[in-house]
Design a protein around this ligand. Sequence first.
Ligand code: NAG
Ligand code: NAG
Ligand code: NAG
Ligand code: NAG
Length: 384
Amino acid sequence: MPDFRCCEDGPRLVHWEIKRRHWLLVGACGWVLMLLMVASRFINYNLRVPDDYSSKAESRSWPELTIHTVKPQRPALHSNNVSTAAVLSTVPSDWHSVVEKRLDMLAAVCKNSSLRNYTHTPINKFLLDRIFVCDKHKILFCQTPKVGNTQWKKVLIVLNGKYSKVEDIPEPLVHNHKKNGLPRLSSLKENEIKERLDNYFKFFIVRDPFERIISAYKDKFVKNPRSEPWYKHDIAPAIIRKYRKMRQDTEDSSAPRHARGLRFEDFMRYLGDSVGQKQLNKKFRQYVIHWITYVKLCAPCDINYDAVGHHETLDRDAPYILKAAGIDNLVSYPTIPPGITRYNRTKVESYFSGISKRDIGRLYEHFMGDFELFGYPRPDFLLD
Ligand SMILES: *[C@@H]1O[C@H](CO)[C@@H](O)[C@H](O)[C@H]1NC(C)=O
Ligand SMILES: *[C@@H]1O[C@H](CO)[C@@H](O)[C@H](O)[C@H]1NC(C)=O
Ligand SMILES: *[C@@H]1O[C@H](CO)[C@@H](O)[C@H](O)[C@H]1NC(C)=O
Ligand SMILES: *[C@@H]1O[C@H](CO)[C@@H](O)[C@H](O)[C@H]1NC(C)=O
């Protein structure tokens, strides 16, 4: 309560005091609001991060496993006793041999000692986090983003029994690994992991390495999805700081909005720097799955995969894989509109038109393992 007894100019002072308190209150409210806003961003940020890769899980260190897959011969098809003839009835008759040829090429490149540094990787926690498990049907699926992975995850969620139809799975749940009933290989004990790696049907999907990184760039740095603020706020600035040549470009706030974000050339320089990238990638944690090599994601030379699908021929690879894994009578892969997965050279040329030959050369070398292992031709039109 205001006190009027004080002194002569009391009322004026008191009035002043009230005003002061009023403004203090307004100021305090402002601060609280701002703190709340900051906190909510922080909470939101942190809520989403652990959903994929909790700090608890991270601190648990994994011994690097040595998997001795003693499998002299690849079983032509998976156990569920699907005969080759049955497979051939819905996929082109030569598709089994296409997949076999791919696996033969993969095995040959894996053995090539001059490519060893590009083709082998340790089997560690990061890698085991990428592989999803369906025990009921004995399937392991290594996740490689930007090739229709969400659909495969849905297929496996249905197979694991949490939902009965692919259409019933709420979209946000697909990537919520606490709730979707799709365990990662890393959640199992070492002997359980080995047992599954030796006996389950294992597959993953790849695409042309340069188209893949264009797709990752567009999706994560041009579209800047609001639900994934870390690409714009943490990853892009870190790459720009280290790899942008003209630093003043970054600080010039009069620059057009699009020029202030991560440019394709910055991203390419970062990707071409195999050595320098390592340090940044540790900070970027699991988000690097969108652009690190397939070798590092799935260890194709260190795990004996049964099938490697190609995004470019997904319309034939998807039904083939379902058949080969013995699950084609249980689930189907959604129809793929013709042409959308086809390699687009015009697009690749236009993205790389502003990139120096030297940077493209480094980039190619960084991804050389992926090109060679999966039979993607060296993009001579960019390199020579
Ligand atoms: C496949 O099924 C046939 C007959 O149903 C059976 O004789 C054969 O042992 C099975 N093969 C495998 C690998 O399970
Ligand atoms: C190993 O890879 C190199 C580089 O691609 C190639 O020149 C060489 O012919 C390969 N060696 C074998 C045995 O395939
Ligand atoms: C592979 O990497 C090691 C260590 O980084 C290096 O000493 C060796 O020369 C590399 N080998 C090839 C064939 O590039
Ligand atoms: C290939 O990419 C270019 C440039 O992005 C685009 O204009 C064109 O429509 C694409 N072609 C096909 C067949 O998708």
